[in-house]
Design a binder for this molecule. Structure first.
Ligand code: UAG
Ligand code: ATP
Ligand code: API
Ligand code: MG
Length: 498
């Protein structure tokens, strides 16, 4: 526990109005999570102004509020910590409040457009096999060993993140493996975290709605490599970088710590050779000076997963994990929820659910599907609302080029009109579809049922974009929706009809 004055002392120009000895027992920016003794942070968000919720926070027992506004009205007895720059204040206060939890654990941060979640799961498995207690923070969920907690963003904001790290430290985690999104780096959600190892997977188009240019997006990612290079209390830091990707060079330029590069196409510290992509998994040889050659037969497939494996192995080598342990885990690793996941419902064709939601992701999974396809590929996909619009026609074009049948549908339309999103997707589909069969079915459930209805023996139905997600975000509501469940229902319905 800290007093408000202790927190104020960390921030240049901060002022406490009210009792300087007010004891702070927690920090929250969401009024719905405030408890007795909480410091309520008023964030002027994009949708609502957090100042609006001061009465609710007070009613819930807030001891103080943190704000940039001197004119704000505060109920009697509640202290105010007045600062000039809210982000800078949070960056200083929150890690200090929790006694810098990231300093007590080793932290591996993973950034890149695609492959972060997959890499984090493989890395976690390797570290656990080596006997470490591992916490994980990423798109699907938060994990502390086998305990699972829900998550709202891939990388939580600084308040939630530091709180989560404090719990992980208190539960005795040795390692934290975390996905670090470009939004998080741009907003410095990772303030106060000293990384031991930073990993770069790749950079392709996404999130231009937020970053505006690919250059900005790349420079946001490069901040992870500046972070891992900073002096602090930790020793032996490493940047693990994919140098087959052009942006890898930029990441290395921003990393003044040890470099560990990986590649398939050219020379690198860690390299995959003799890559063979099969339906059952990818086979290849890993080459590294510390172990020579390691012949692998994976249960996961696709060239992109060979890259993901290398990024996880790079992180493991940076952390001095023994090659025998790495090898054992890789040979046994089966899947990440919603990533190229097979749905088995007794049908005589394949159904794959995958989280591809970028042009590169769509291209990679459809090319992989093509390598293993015996007959037609039927692709069901859409694009998210309130997200990068420019990727919509590109994803449409790629689906039309690489699948045999395309069904365009909705994927979290959010506040946008689903028909409008689909019209932008369709513009790309029409460019490349030629004489192939294509349909636009706005309702995702109907679209999946239609794909299953069209499937013949040995075809592949591939449902893209939502992966592990079990919801569909519509204008006014979020409904339960799970591609895997719906696909199974569609197969059952088809069986009943026959
Ligand atoms: C653009 C962006 O980063 N937005 C983030 C931002 O939301 P916001 O500014 O809209 O906040 P707001 O809803 O206006 O609320 C303002 C304040 O009022 C508070 N409030 C609100 C309601 C209430 O009843 N009481 C209350 O106190 C809120 O807690 C908040 O402090 O602050 C919120 C709280 O930290 C975040 O959850 C939210 O992420 C939204 C959900 C989001 O969609 N973010 C995406 C773009 C994102 O960050 N994605 C990345 C990358 C994903 C990837 O890997 O591809 C990620 O890391 O997830
Ligand atoms: N290394 C890779 N290169 C290109 N595409 C990939 C790669 N790894 C995975 N993919 C594709 O991207 C999808 C998402 O993979 P994953 O969840 O591992 O990425 P992510 O970076 O965590 O995504 P997000 O930004 O949404 O958190 C996969 O379902 C697959 O289609
Ligand atoms: N983390 C990604 C996930 C996109 C998944 C897709 N289902 C969508 O909603 O667009 C994003 O927020 O852009
Ligand atoms: Mg992810």
């Amino acid at each position: 526990m800290k007093t408000i004055n202790q927190l104020a002392e960390l921030v240049a120009g901060a002022e406490v109005i009210g009792n300087k000895e007010t004891v702070i027992t927690g920090i929250e920016h969401d009024s719905r999570k405030v408890e007795k003794g909480t410091l309520f942070v008023c964030i002027p968000g994009l949708h609502v102004d957090g100042h609006k919720f001061i009465p609710q926070a007070a009613a819930a027992g807030a001891a103080a509020i943190l704000t940039t506004r001197a004119d704000v009205a505060v109920p009697e007895g509640i202290a105010v910590l007045l600062v000039k720059d809210l982000t800078a204040a949070l960056d200083a206060i929150v890690p200090f409040f929790h006694d810098y939890p990231a300093r007590s654990m080793r932290v591996i941060g993973i950034t890149g457009t695609n492959g972060k979640t997959t890499t984090s799961y493989i890395t976690r498995a390797i570290l656990r096999e080596a006997g470490y207690k591992v916490g994980l923070i990423g798109t699907i969920q938060i994990m502390m060993e086998d305990e699972v907690f829900p998550i709202h963003n891939t990388t939580p904001d600084v308040v939630e993140l530091q709180h989560t790290l404090a719990i992980m430290r208190d539960k005795g985690m040795d390692y934290v493996v975390m996905e670090v999104s470009s939004h998080a780096l741009d907003q410095n959600r990772v303030a106060g975290i000293e990384f031991d190892t930073a990993v770069f997977t790749n950079l392709t188009q996404d999130h231009l709605d937020y970053h505006k240019t690919l250059e900005n997006y790349m420079l946001a990612k490069a901040k992870l490599f500046e972070a891992v290079s900073k002096d602090g209390v930790k020793q032996g830091k490493t940047a693990v970088v994919n140098i087959d990707d052009e942006a890898g060079k930029t990441m290395l330029e921003h990393a003044s710590c040890r470099h560990l590069t990986y590649a398939i196409n050219g020379e690198a510290d860690l390299r995959a050779t003799d890559v063979d992509v099969l339906a059952s998994g990818a086979n290849f040889t890993l080459n590294h000076a510390s172990f020579g050659k390691m012949a692998l037969k994976l249960h996961i497939t696709g060239i992109f997963n060979v890259y993901n494996v290398m990024s996880a192995v790079g992180a493991a080598l940076a952390e001095n994990i023994k090659p025998e342990i790495i090898e054992k885990v890789l040979q046994g690793f089966t899947s990440v929820p919603g990533r190229f996941e097979l749905v088995k419902a007794g049908q005589d064709f394949s159904i794959i659910v995958d989280y591809a939601h970028t042009p590169d992701g769509v291209e990679n999974v459809l090319r992989t599907a093509r390598e293993i396809a015996k007959k037609k590929i039927i692709a069901v996909f859409g694009c998210g609302g309130d997200r990068d619009r420019t990727k919509r026609p590109i994803m449409g074009r790629l689906a039309a080029q690489l699948a045999d049948v395309v069904i365009a549908t909705s994927d979290n339309p959010r506040s946008e009109d689903p028909e409008f999103i689909l019209s932008e997707v369709e513009a790309g589909v029409k460019e490349a579809i030629g004489s192939k069969h294509h349909e636009k079915i706005t309702d995702r459930r109907e679209a999946i049922f239609r794909a299953v209805e069209l499937a013949e023996k040995d075809d592949i139905v591939i449902i893209l974009g939502k992966g592990h997600e079990n919801y569909q975000i519509l204008k006014d509501e979020t409904i339960h929706f799970d591609d895997k469940e719906v696909a199974k229902e569609a197969v059952a319905a088809r069986k009943e009809e026959n």
